[in-house]
Design a protein around this ligand. Structure first.
Ligand SMILES: [Zn+2]
Length: 479
C-alpha cells in the first residue's frame, strides 16, 4: 500500500502497522502425524488473536474456494449473503472455525447439506460451527452459511473494523475484508479462489477482485455483477466496493481484458492514468516475470487523503485529487508480485512487500525520467545521515524509504542485472506459496546465488542492523 503523506506525516500509521506481520509462530505446534506437504503450513498472522494469544486449533481448516452471493443496500446499509465455502481440514474435526464479524447474524449453516448441531459466534468474531458428526482429515466438503447484518461504517482506520464511506455515500471494505463480507478460515496464508456475485439497487454497482464474468440488470432495476477470481488469493485480497461506478472494459494488446471502476467525483487524471496500466504491467513483467493473474484494472474512489491499497490485480486508489499518479500505480501493481504472489513472514516480512514494491517504483520513475534512482538514493542517504533514525530498521515508514535504498545499494554493489535476475528467480520459485509464507532468508539465499561476491556482510549491515552500513556498502558514485 502507499500513503500520500508518507514522507512527511504520520497519518495512517496505526493502520500501516496493523498490516505488518505479527510475530511468527512455529510450525512445530501443529505437526499432525502423517502430514502431507500442505499439512505442514506454519501458522499465518491471522492465527493470532489481536491480544497476541494463539488460536488453539488454528490452521486446521483450509478454504479452497469461496462462492459468495451478496445483496448490498448502500442506503439502509444492510448486507445479506450466502457463502458456499469448499473446505478441508488438516485433522479430524468436530467443529469448524471461521472469522466473521459478530454484527452479522448467521441464520443457517449446513455442511454438505446437513444442518450443524449448533452455531457459536463470539465477541472476538470467531464463528464456530459444532458439527453433528466428525469430518475426516484431508477430506473436502462444502459449508453453506447464510447471514445478514448491518454494514458498520468505521472511518477510524485504527480499528480496521468496518466499511469506509465517502461523501458520495459509496462504500468499501479496504481492510479486514476477510471478516466483513464473508466468513473466512483463520489461516491468512492459505489462498483460495473466489466467485463473488454482488447485487445492488438501481444506480449502484458492486466491484470485487477477479474477472468481471457477468453484468446484468434485474427486472427491478437492480444491478448484479459477478467477479471470478480463478487464481488463488489470500482472503485479505478480497474486497467489495459499492458505488455509483462507471465501469470501463477494454482489451489490452495481448487480449487480456482490463476492467476499471470509477466512482463519483473521479477526475480526468485518474482516467488518463489507467492508460499506463498496460505499459506498467509490461515493465513489471520484464522486471519480475510473467503477470500472475488473468484480470487487471483498478478501483478509483474519492476518499480525500485515502491511501492506495493493493488487491491482487485490482488495486484500490482512494485519493484522486492531486496524488494519484502512474508512479503510485506502479507501486501497487508491483505488489502483485511482492505481497500477493509471494508473502513474507517473520523478520523483514513486511519489507518483502513494501521494500520491493517501493524499489520497483524507483525503477519505474527512473525509467520514465520522473526521478533518477541515483539522485533519489543520494538524497535519501543525505537525509538519513542527518536523521539516523532513518537507518534504524526496515519496519513502518522505513520500508518505503530505507527499503528501496537498500535494494538500490545492492544493485550497485552486485550489479543491477544480477540482482534483477535473482529477484525473478526468487519470484518464480516461491510464487503462489499457498501453504506457507516465505522467510526473508530465502530471498537472501536467492540473491546470493546470483553472484560470486560474498553478500553476507552487506545483508547484515543493510537488512539486519539499525545503523549506517560501512561506506563501501553505501557510497556509490552517481550514475
Ligand atoms: Zn505498498
Amino acid at each position: 500500500m502507499y500513503f500520500k503523506r508518507l514522507a512527511y506525516s504520520l497519518m495512517g500509521m496505526p493502520l500501516l502497522f496493523a498490516l505488518t506481520a505479527a510475530p511468527p509462530v512455529s510450525a512445530q505446534t501443529l505437526s499432525p502425524s502423517g502430514a502431507g506437504t500442505w499439512l505442514q503450513a506454519p501458522l499465518g498472522e491471522s492465527d493470532i488473536h489481536s491480544d497476541g494469544s494463539q488460536y488453539e486449533d488454528a490452521s486446521y481448516t483450509e478454504a479452497l474456494h469461496y462462492a459468495v452471493d451478496l445483496k448490498i443496500d448502500p442506503v439502509t446499509k444492510v448486507l445479506s449473503g450466502k457463502a458456499k465455502i469448499t473446505v478441508r481440514t488438516l485433522l479430524p474435526a468436530t467443529n469448524l472455525k471461521f472469522q466473521f464479524k459478530k454484527q452479522f447474524e448467521v441464520s443457517s449453516a449446513l455442511v454438505d447439506g446437513k444442518s450443524v448441531r449448533s452455531i457459536e459466534h463470539s465477541e472476538s468474531n470467531d464463528l464456530v460451527l459444532h458439527l453433528s458428526g466428525q469430518v475426516e482429515a484431508g477430506s473436502s466438503f462444502e459449508v453453506e452459511i447464510t447471514y445478514s447484518g448491518p454494514m458498520v461504517i468505521d472511518m477510524d482506520t485504527d480499528t480496521e473494523s468496518g466499511w469506509l464511506k465517502n461523501e458520495a455515500g459509496e462504500l468499501l471494505t479496504a481492510f479486514d475484508s476477510d471478516t466483513l463480507i464473508f466468513p473466512s478460515t483463520l489461516n491468512a496464508s492459505g489462498r483460495a479462489t473466489s466467485l463473488i456475485t454482488l447485487t445492488t439497487p438501481a444506480g449502484w454497482k458492486g466491484v470485487s477482485v477477479g474477472k468481471l464474468q457477468e453484468e446484468t440488470t434485474l427486472p427491478d432495476g437492480s444491478n448484479q455483477l459477478t467477479w471470478n477470481a480463478t487464481k488463488e488469493l489470500s482472503p485479505r485480497s478480497n474486497f467489495v466496493a459499492v458505488g455509483k461506478f462507471d465501469i470501463e472494459r477494454s482489451v489490452l494488446p495481448d487480449g487480456m481484458e482490463m476492467v476499471n471502476a470509477f466512482g463519483e467525483g473521479t477526475l480526468p487524471s485518474a482516467r488518463k492514468a489507467v492508460e499506463k496500466i498496460s505499459e506498467t504491467r509490461d515493465f513489471l513483467e520484464d522486471l519480475f516475470g510473467s503477470y500472475p493473474y488473468d484480470w487487471i484494472g483498478g478501483v478509483f474512489m474519492e476518499f480525500g487523503d485515502g491511501p492506495a491499497v493493493e488487491k491482487a490485480g485490482r488495486s484500490l486508489f482512494l485519493s484522486l485529487k492531486d496524488t494519484f499518479t502512474p508512479s503510485v500505480m506502479a507501486h501497487e501493481m508491483a505488489h502483485t508480485y511482492w505481497g500477493d504472489l509471494v508473502t513474507g513472514i517473520g523478520e523483514n516480512g513486511f519489507c518483502m512487500s513494501e521494500c520491493l514494491a517501493s524499489y520497483a517504483q524507483w525503477r519505474w520513475d527512473d525509467r520514465n525520467g520522473e526521478a533518477s534512482a541515483s539522485d533519489t538514493y543520494r538524497k535519501w542517504v543525505a537525509s538519513a545521515d542527518a536523521d539516523p533514525e532513518k537507518w534504524n530498521g526496515l519496519g513502518g515508514w522505513n520500508a518505503y524509504s530505507k527499503g528501496p535504498a537498500a535494494f538500490y545499494a545492492l544493485s550497485q554493489f552486485m550489479g543491477r542485472d544480477k540482482l534483477d535476475e535473482a529477484l525473478r528467480n526468487f519470484i518464480r520459485e516461491n510464487r503462489h506459496n499457498t501453504t506457507a509464507p516465505t522467510p526473508w532468508s530465502v530471498l537472501e539465499a536467492a540473491i546470493q546465488a546470483a553472484t560470486e561476491k560474498d553478500l553476507s556482510e552487506f545483508f547484515q549491515e543493510w537488512f539486519h542492523s539499525g545503523t549506517r552500513p560501512r561506506s563501501e556498502f553505501v557510497d556509490f558514485p552517481a550514475v
